[in-house]
Design a protein around this ligand. Sequence first.
Ligand code: NAP
Length: 546
Amino acid sequence: MGSVGEPTLNDSAKGLDYEVLVIGAGLSGIFSLYRLRELGFRARVLEAGSGAGGTWYWNRYPGARFDSESYSYQFTFSQEVLDEWDWTEHFAGQPEILAYINFLCDKFDLRSDIQFHTKVTTAHFDQSNNSWRVLDDAGKQYTCRWLVTAIGFLSAPTLPNIPGVHDFKREAHHTSRWPQHPVTYEGKRVGLIGTGATGIQCIQEIAKTVGHLTVFQRTPNWAVPLHNSPIDKDEMSAIRADYPALFDRCRRSYMNFLHMPETRALSEVSQEEREAFWENLYDNGRGFRLWLSNYRDVAFDKEANKICSDWVADKIRQRVKDPATAERLIPRNHGFGTKRVPMETNYYEAYNQSNVRLVDVTETPIEQITATGIRTSKEEIELDMLIYATGFDAVTGAFDAMDIRGLDGLRLQDRWEGSPRTYVGMTVDGFPNMFMSMGPHQSYGNIPRSIEYAVNWITDALAHFREKDIVYVEATAEGVEMWTEHVIDAAKGSLANEVDSWMTGINRNLPGKQRRIINRYTGSAPGFRGFCDGIAGGGYSTFKLA
Ligand code: NAP
């Protein structure tokens, strides 16, 4: 591992504070730091929070946990960590996930190069010496040759655009800005807005202890059972012995997950066969299996999708006692799996409790959030606590929150004009020496798998540039055009791209985010890696290098 703070022999960044600045100490940021040190770079991470972890630092809401198998959602870069870290649940809860991240930070002494409580406000490219000038919210300036954004794509939370949203005088939290102190629900009247993956995890947990919970739902989602269970020592040993095969399966799968798609189409099997198949996945299939190991045409063919959606709708009807509530919980405007499927444990059963009530705001819209509760078109509901599980300004929101300027003062926000344009999701023309881990148009899927690839690719590239004394790297306009068109082409035919969600750039709370766009790469992850490997193998000659 390279020593920290000491300029390396090949230091191409003399006179600058750092060779590399990384914004964000989530999974992308901490792995970037690990790799940059290993390669001997003088690097620093700037992080707004008081601790590392990013998503898993901020999202401390009740019930927050992995929806992907814990062991598939960990880093693979260190055999020692793989040997030492035991998971206690198939889908670990947020405290265990944060403990894992802190274990990594301790083991590799990462915190000594992470500057906490430092929110980056500005990053401007300085053409006079091919460097970035970065400012934090305290006005402190940092200079570097290479800028790596590791800011997450679900990290800029949004509140609902409901009148009075700032008027509520009692306890109120956005799920993604959950306090670090314990929050209790006993005896309290809690209101919760939002029924995405976050809201669903939160509702099923709070329902266990709450005085009374009112869920305000605009759009229901197709949630299916998570099938979490503890992992004992013996099972952990067996899982660990299987790590090489497990990671290999992730590498070969379309979105880096453990689950492989069913090779048959729905039309190739009988009704009895498909129902038995779904029944088995619904009752026994862990995590995303019903979504990702479904018949191959369910994601593309409207008829196949409808048959599957109708089958899942019947499951909801079987689980929710009140027929009117069950009907309200069945999505009508999108088919099963066309949005990221939320995972649940007794979510639907929560609505069978006498102290949990569903308010469908398409029937009785929220007119006003008041100092003491919520007024709908029908009634005034008094609340002691209000929870916003209302999502994010996804993918580009964290970029828009900073004033990022490239050549000739060009603002990134203007370059993208509401729809991102990138070269392999990691670079943008006009923004030299800037690299994005989990930027728009990257393959997301199982995020740590994607992060490991992106960070390795970026840091290998930086090592190459240093070796060749290259101090200026910029994506070409042709490269950006080609990749952006490819991203749009790859999305064609998928039903998910015809549906409004954060994945298609829609956020109805933000006036500028109501036009459907393609903001992530939906082609295969192996294909993505193959393409990026080709760029590296070609000596990065598809970039402008100087
Ligand atoms: P989301 O999917 O965007 O859901 C936001 C919810 O808030 C939606 O139900 C939305 O309704 C509702 N909402 C927003 N504004 C509203 C308004 N003005 N009035 C009424 N309802 C409003 O956000 P999320 O649930 O935080 O999930 C985002 C993503 O985070 C997930 O898709 C997933 O990728 C990730 N996530 C991962 C995990 C995990 O891995 N364990 C857990 C949670 C989340 P509409 O649909 O009608 O807009």
